[in-house]
Every structure is written in C-alpha cells, then in structure tokens.
Design a protein. Structure first.
Length: 160
C-alpha cells in the first residue's frame, strides 16, 4: 500500500477546498497583495505547488514535471515576501496549473514504493506517513491564508 493511500480522500478534499479560492476572483487580483507582508493568491498557489513538486522530486528523482510555479522565490515565505512575483497567468490558468500539479503529484505518490511506516530522511517528519499528513495539512493551511487575502481585499467569497 502506498503511503498516500490512507490520506487519498483527505488529499482530494484539501485540494478541492483550495480551488474554491479562485471562485469569482478577478485576474487583476490574482497577483495583488492585500498588504505588502501578505502573499497574493497567485503567490500562495505557486508556493503550494512548489512544495508538492519539490517533495515529489526529492523522493522520486525520476519524476520529471515542469511547471511555471517552480520559482525559487516561492519555496518559503521569507524568500518571497521581499520579492513579489507575478507570473503571466490568468485566474483560469493558475487554477488549471494547480490542478495539473496536484493530480500529477498524487499519481506519483500513489505509485510510490514507500509505505506509511517507511522511514524518511530530510522530513517533514520521520516517516512517509508523516509526509502524507504534512502535504494535506500544507494545502489546508495555505487555503486559509488565501481566503484571508481575499477577505482583506474586500471580496465576497463562498462559505468556506
């Protein structure tokens, strides 16, 4: 059993919830920061995808996947906050890339030879089960941030 099998439904729910951030979002607001110290919805999306892809590549080196979100600035907040990025993408393109990335990473994790209890070097956590838990948490955490950014911009959002 793959290490992601037990978290597959949680993975789907977390990533679906993130897609709601894009509902009724104007292209002009995708890369706009509500405050200089808060990342934009686009930057948060890039960060989430960077995390997905970097972990997939670390544990599956043969996983070759190109994405415009693989920008070194977005790997961590402190690298990004002082270097705002704005990729030439619309809301629909950003959402489509997010979905493309998460589906590809999920597929590679489901095919993984690692199980929940297999030890893992260089975290997060000590086992691949810890990684599965972290990946779901990571998306959920940044979903809340993205909705907060939208609220601070005065947007009316769905009931999240």
């Amino acid at each position: 059993m793959s290490f992601l099998d037990s978290q597959s439904q949680a993975w789907d729910s977390a990533h679906w919830e993130f897609t709601l951030v894009f509902e009724n979002l104007a292209d002009d607001d995708l890369w706009r920061r509500a405050h200089p110290s808060l990342l934009s919805v686009g930057e948060l999306t890039a960060h989430v995808c960077y995390g997905l892809l970097s972990h997939a590549r670390r544990y599956h080196p043969d996983f070759a996947f190109e994405s415009p979100f693989m920008q070194p600035e977005v790997r961590y907040y402190l690298h990004n906050v002082g270097q705002p990025i704005e990729l030439p993408m619309t809301v629909d393109q950003c959402l489509a890339e997010f979905e493309r990335v998460q589906k590809a990473v999920k597929a590679v994790y489901l095919e993984s030879p690692f199980s929940m209890d297999d030890p893992m070097e260089n975290g997060p956590g000590e086992t691949f089960g810890d990684l599965a838990n972290y990946m779901v948490f990571h998306v959920a955490y940044h979903t809340g941030q993205a909705f907060s950014v939208r609220h601070l911009m005065g947007h009316e959002t769905n009931d999240n």
